[in-house]
Write a protein that binds this ligand. Structure first.
Ligand code: F6P
Length: 343
């Protein structure tokens, strides 16, 4: 079979591990050839692709980023875009396209399959872990580890100075990274997009902690966190050229306000793209390998319009329509753990 593969949207650790698994498993098990499209959907609409041989793919397992490049461009941004996808795939002899991406990229895949019958299989990627239909997206666990390492470091310097450290992590619509890293890093407070925060309560908590002997405290803020209306002034977010809300900055606002309300010296760290760069941890390498193998098997079984997923700890397939219907919020049960363990 001739498979196509693309990586779209924001990058994350493990993209190369998926590419490698698709190429190696496809070649060994089925004698497949894999055509890699450049920069996500752009490579398909503009017909820019290159064969990814097993020799090329063999040594990229631990490498961060994506050898194919990525972008947020997608075919529905231009009138003829979707039909160009169909034409290019036919011209290139691609029998199945493996689409590796987050919610945006996978929603486009769903529409192309549903409306134009494009033969494709999705693989859920994003450090945000907010794609529906799967327990986990690859890249998430690595981002959590990176953020946890940062929080550990922040605790030691905070302790020396008796400070509050605010750390802003990614997570525009869902606070999975903030929640997991906050629990793992022993945070005093975790602010997530799913729950409006009350800055007065956060400040009171911090004051109490430091009055009862704590010399360091960490507040983890997801970039999409928002205050209860009328309690804290935050600027209206602007939009980027793809219509995405441009986030970032809430951590600094929170830090300033904590210092003002508690009198405790407070510093802000914005983790930014450090969370997305670098080598995937072992868990993600294994997950990516399993996702890549499953995607190839799904393609050969003609399971198009599906996404590989983890369901009850097992690799499974879920319809793309279901997976992209709604973003996955943080689970209440884990939020309760965070509430119980803050310190
Ligand atoms: O990949 C998703 C994400 O990591 C979001 O959490 C974050 O807001 C966004 O990407 C940042 O994207 P960019 O790389 O375009 O700044």
């Amino acid at each position: 079979m001739r498979l196509g593969i693309l990586t779209g949207g924001g990058d994350c650790p493990g993209l190369n591990a998926v590419i490698r698994a698709v190429v190696l498993h496809g070649a060994r098990r089925w004698g497949d050839e894999v055509l890699g499209f450049r920069d996500g959907w752009r490579g398909v609409t503009e017909d820019e692709a290159t064969l990814v041989t097993p020799e090329r793919a063999a040594r990229i397992l631990s490498r961060g980023g994506t050898i194919l490049g990525t972008s947020r461009l997608q075919p529905y941004m231009s009138d003829g875009g979707p039909s160009q996808v169909v034409e290019v795939l036919a011209r290139r002899g691609v029998e199945a396209l493996i689409v590796v991406g987050g919610e945006g990229t996978l929603s486009v895949a769903h529409k192309l399959h549903r409306d134009l019958g494009v033969a494709l299989v999705g693989v859920p990627k994003t450090i945000d872990n907010d794609v529906g239909g799967t327990q986990v997206t690859f890249g998430f666990e690595t981002a959590v580890q990176t953020a946890t390492d940062a929080i550990d470091r922040l605790h030691t310097t905070a302790e020396s100075h008796n400070r509050v450290m605010v750390v802003e992590v990614m997570g525009r619509h869902a606070g999975h990274v903030a929640l997991w890293a906050g629990i793992a890093g022993g945070a005093a407070a975790i602010l997530v997009p799913e729950r409006l925060f009350d800055i007065a309560a956060v400040a009171a908590e911090l004051r109490a902690l430091h009055q009862t002997g704590a010399r360091s405290s960490v507040v983890v803020v997801a970039e999409g966190a928002r205050p209860v209306a009328g309690t804290l002034a935050v600027p209206e977010p602007s939009l980027d050229e793809f219509g995405h809300v441009r986030l970032g900055g809430i951590g600094a606002i929170v830090a300033t306000e904590i210092e003002r309300r508690t009198g405790l010296e407070t510093r802000i760290t914005v983790l930014g793209h450090i969370q997305r760069g670098g080598t995937p941890i072992a868990f993600d390498r294994v997950l990516c390998s399993a996702y890549g193998v499953a995607a190839v098997e799904a393609a050969h079984a003609g399971e198009f319009g599906q996404m590989v997923a983890v369901d009850a700890g097992q690799i499974a397939l879920v319809p793309l329509g279901e997976a992209t219907a709604a973003l996955k919020p943080i689970p209440d049960s884990l939020w309760a753990v965070a509430e119980a363990c803050r310190s």
